[in-house]
Design a protein around this ligand. Sequence first.
Ligand SMILES: *[C@@H]1O[C@H](CO)[C@@H](O)[C@H](O)[C@H]1NC(C)=O
Ligand SMILES: *[C@@H]1O[C@H](CO)[C@@H](O)[C@H](O)[C@H]1NC(C)=O
Ligand SMILES: *[C@@H]1O[C@H](CO)[C@@H](O)[C@H](O)[C@H]1NC(C)=O
Ligand SMILES: *[C@@H]1O[C@H](CO)[C@@H](O)[C@H](O)[C@H]1NC(C)=O
Ligand SMILES: *[C@@H]1O[C@H](CO)[C@@H](O)[C@H](O)[C@H]1NC(C)=O
Ligand SMILES: *[C@@H]1O[C@H](CO)[C@@H](O)[C@H](O)[C@H]1NC(C)=O
Length: 354
Amino acid sequence: MSFKALLTSTLALSYLSKGVLGCSRVTYNSGPADGNRTVIGRSMDWLTPTNSSLFAFPAGLQRNGSAGTNSATWTSKYGSVILTAYDLSTCDGMNSQGLTVNLLYLADGDYGPRNASMPAMSLAIWPQYFLDMYATVDEAARDLFTEGGQAKFQVRTEALIPGVPTLMHVSVSDATGDNLILEWLDGKLVVHHGKEFNVMTNEPNYDDQIAINKYWAPISNSSLPGTDRPADRFARLAHYVSVAPASSEVVSALATTNGMIRAVSVPMEPININTPNITPTLWRTIADTKDKVYYYESASDGSFFWVDLTQLDLSSSGHTLQLPMVGVNWTERVGDMTDQLEKATPFKFMEANN
Ligand SMILES: *[C@@H]1O[C@H](CO)[C@@H](O)[C@H](O)[C@H]1NC(C)=O
Ligand SMILES: *[C@@H]1O[C@H](CO)[C@@H](O)[C@H](O)[C@H]1NC(C)=O
Ligand SMILES: *[C@@H]1O[C@H](CO)[C@@H](O)[C@H](O)[C@H]1NC(C)=O
Ligand SMILES: *[C@@H]1O[C@H](CO)[C@@H](O)[C@H](O)[C@H]1NC(C)=O
Ligand SMILES: *[C@@H]1O[C@H](CO)[C@@H](O)[C@H](O)[C@H]1NC(C)=O
Ligand SMILES: *[C@@H]1O[C@H](CO)[C@@H](O)[C@H](O)[C@H]1NC(C)=O
């Protein structure tokens, strides 16, 4: 291992032991003059490049939860456009119905011990499951638990990067502006469902985050916390979205969303082991659930591109397509990339067999 790699992984472990990886996400509604457009923005704050690529998946794909014995299996009902991390996990994306998922870090995540009589899926495919199966948040929410109140499946995790524990929560949002926040805490699936849950960052767990925000919300017009800690980003984002003006057309709806996400993004700063709350923003996405256009903004290469889902064949007669993003010339990753996607085989989701 090179000195740089050793340093990076040592720093990664010490950061993670303090629970500090970032990411922020917001759901914005543009208002009646713009047809009540729902736009979801998110930032990805991470220690090392996420080596993402963009995939388009058609409907009709056979899926396996990649969690060993009694893995959940399903066939995708909807096509989707997604971003990977390391071509091992879906970490963000939108489906043909405008259902959007965001995978964000949650150091408090605890998936509990394996119960082999329950179907399971790897954390790496958990967000993809929602894109594959549901058109609305309400449909997804009604399908989470058995009549007895037990979650219908377990989620298992493994280290996406060796030595770095991969602990995540998921937000699911849809074209009506509905939201579902899903967290595994002490082995139980904890759910927040409603239009009001339009902000998510990282630890602590969502109920604690809401409680902290009760302090900030009433004074937020005059005072807001300014560090990059997740609770501070949450308070700021909750304020921005509560006072965000309506938009009359798509450009201002996208700009308003991106403005909020940029304002909670973390600038490039030297990695400093004594201030371990800072992982820089590497990229941002914006999902326009009305026009079904998915936007990607690199924070390290300065480029902005988009893919128009309505111009892809996401039906079961479509192909899996890929837009590579590692080792590419970024002057060729600008603007409308919809016709630049190439036929590919689906990547292999990270196995989590434990
Ligand atoms: C937008 O929402 C408003 C208020 O709920 C409603 O009256 C209006 O019909 C909606 N417009 C569209 C295009 O859905
Ligand atoms: C990410 O990609 C770079 C450049 O190809 C490579 O050196 C690095 O090992 C990759 N990282 C991971 C965790 O796969
Ligand atoms: C799904 O993948 C697991 C490995 O994670 C394998 O053990 C299992 O047999 C597969 N299930 C099906 C139905 O193909
Ligand atoms: C394991 O799952 C089965 C089937 O869903 C359930 O009946 C049982 O109570 C679970 N066991 C534990 C220890 O949770
Ligand atoms: C903050 O300011 C906005 C715009 O003036 C106002 O609508 C809102 O009620 C204020 N919020 C609080 C908590 O005072
Ligand atoms: C990147 O692409 C642009 C536009 O196609 C081209 O002009 C430039 O030479 C390329 N750069 C490299 C390093 O290949």
